[in-house]
Write a protein that binds this ligand. Structure first.
Ligand code: FAD
Length: 389
């Protein structure tokens, strides 16, 4: 949960509705509604209620304690072909061998910073995913670049913490989501089925890998890259419009250190420059499997990709046998829903079943090994040989 614990600012609300913000599990009863009831949060609502970050973190701690205890917090530094599958190296511990590996490293390896900003030093420019608490910006001039939820929510929090914020957006108008209906009766559910991610038949398609996979590949690529584009959540609008200075229709032409801060040269309706103390790039993420730092080059070059995403089968297994992907990198194969928590409901069970089946096969094939190594191999659910052609 490091992404949520250390890369999100306190005070953040989830964009997804509460009913779409719980993690899939094969054991029923580990949803956020149950957690809220057990922990005395009587104000919990399934629909039309933004979920605060601290509650989501409380829920995930409970989920982990009960369903996935004993997680070791280690940093993977390399995954290379080795043994009957992969050798996995860590920053903190000795390497292990595994026949199966699941890469589920989320969005953070793919943060996108426009080239105009990337040359600025880290004390003058950061990406929204760098935070954590934003208090240090109290009383400072901050430019937030971007018009999506990360940029707009960061800007609102900065403003509320007493920063002097300007938001710079390329488009002429911001896109905002609309609240869903507070109650969903049978007719509503027939017309606009709940897909956890959102509602409606189109949404259901993106959130159901089996349905998404029926589309031709070219359409899947297009949908994966374009659906759920940048937009602010409906509940954020009042905290931004008319409250924060919005520079709409402007792009960054150049950014340079100036005094103790940054001078931004803007192109747009009329060219201008602004001076700020710090720039925060709310410019999102661009999935590109070649940017996963720990995967060996020979593994990357064996992956079949489309739009820089590894192609995976229904279970999440890539063209490299035993190498699975979960979450955002699988969006071209399994639908845009996999970028969100709700996506776990359509994909994790299938992935887990496949890996467990492979582990059983592997265990049958494996002659008794040295106890410590065998235990580690089994923890990672090993299976047959790895062709890396
Ligand atoms: C600002 C922001 C807001 C979001 N809001 C929502 C929302 O409201 N609703 C929603 O559904 N989704 C939201 N998302 C998307 C969200 O990231 C995903 O839904 C969810 O966290 C994806 O889960 P994941 O397990 O794939 O990735 P993550 O939750 O990002 O988990 C990836 C994990 O991999 C670990 N990791 C990475 N590299 C290594 C390594 N080398 N070695 C060991 N571990 C590593 C990380 O530390 C982390 O623990 C948001 C994303 C961002 C950035």
């Amino acid at each position: 949960m490091d992404t949520w614990r250390t890369h999100m600012p306190p005070g953040l609300f989830l964009k997804s509705e509460p009913y779409g913000s719980w993690i899939s599990s094969m054991t029923p009863g580990y949803d956020i509604k149950t957690w809220s009831r057990l922990h005395g949060y009587d104000d919990y609502v399934d629909r039309v209620g933004p979920l605060p970050l601290d509650r989501f973190l409380g829920y995930t701690e409970w989920f982990v304690d009960n369903l996935v205890p004993g997680i070791q917090d280690l940093t993977v530094t390399s995954v290379v072909p080795g043994g009957d599958g992969f050798k996995v190296e860590f920053a903190e511990e000795s390497p292990i061998f595994a026949r199966q590996v699941i890469v589920a490293t989320g969005l953070l390896p793919f943060k996108n910073v426009p080239p105009q900003l990337s040359g600025l030093p880290a004390d003058l420019m950061t990406h929204t995913s760098a935070y954590g608490p934003l208090d240090k910006f109290h009383g400072r001039r901050v430019a937030v670049i971007g018009g999506g939820q990360s940029a707009l929510q960061t800007a609102a929090l900065l403003h509320e913490l007493g920063a002097d914020v300007r938001v710079i957006v390329r488009k002429e108008q911001l896109a905002w989501g609309s609240p869903i209906a507070a109650e969903a009766n049978l007719l509503h559910r027939m017309l606009r089925p709940e897909a956890k991610l959102c509602e409606g038949w189109g949404c259901w398609f993106h959130d159901t890998p089996r349905a998404f996979r029926m589309m031709p590949e070219s359409l899947r690529v297009k949908k994966a890259l374009t659906s759920f584009g940048p937009a602010g959540a409906w509940w954020l609008r009042d905290r931004v419009e008319g409250v924060i200075e919005l520079l709409m229709g402007y792009s960054i032409k150049k950014a340079e250190p100036h005094g103790s801060g940054v001078r931004l040269h803007l192109g747009g309706a009329k060219e201008s420059t602004i001076d700020v103390d710090h720039v925060i790039a709310g410019t999102g993420f661009r999935i590109d499997v070649s940017r996963i730092p720990f995967l060996a080059e020979e593994i990357k070059s064996s992956l079949v990709t489309r739009a820089n995403c590894p192609l995976v089968n229904r279970t999440g297994e890539s063209s490299v046998r035993g190498l699975y992907f979960a979450g955002a990198p699988t969006m071209v194969s399994l639908g845009s829903g996999v970028r969100f928590i709700s996506g776990t409901h359509g994909s994790s069970g299938t992935l887990a079943t496949s890996v467990a089946r492979g582990a059983r096969r592997g265990a049958q094939q494996t002659a008794p090994a040295a106890p410590a190594q065998q235990q580690q191999q089994q923890t990672l659910a090993s299976t047959g040989p790895l062709p890396l052609s």
